[in-house]
Design a protein around this ligand. Structure first.
Ligand SMILES: [Zn+2]
Length: 91
């Protein structure tokens, strides 16, 4: 068992992906969290239309920013730019 650094949930080792270059080295994030991060970086979905029976929960580590559904879709609750390191003070 291994605890995911992101969702802090203890999971089976098979729930963690392995690094491609370093053999026998597992990601510190579980597959679900890795997938979430990839999706968020890729294109957060704005103004997503809920499907019937779709249930949304907050994404661990992104509370108030993103929600993930039971259908593995991710929506952005507000426009955020996590990847930008530029700090702009518009106060
Ligand atoms: Zn996780």
């Amino acid at each position: 068992m291994k605890t995911c650094s992101k969702c802090k949930i203890e999971k089976n080792i098979t729930d963690f992906g392995m690094h491609k270059k370093a053999l026998k080295t597992y990601h510190y994030k579980c597959k679900i969290c890795t997938n979430i991060d990839l999706k968020i970086k890729d294109k957060p979905i704005l103004d997503i239309v809920d499907l019937p029976d779709e249930i949304w929960v907050e994404v661990k580590g992104y509370e108030g920013l993103y929600e993930i559904s039971n259908m593995c879709r991710i929506k952005s609750l507000k426009k955020v730019f996590l990847s930008k390191n530029k700090t702009t003070n518009d106060n």
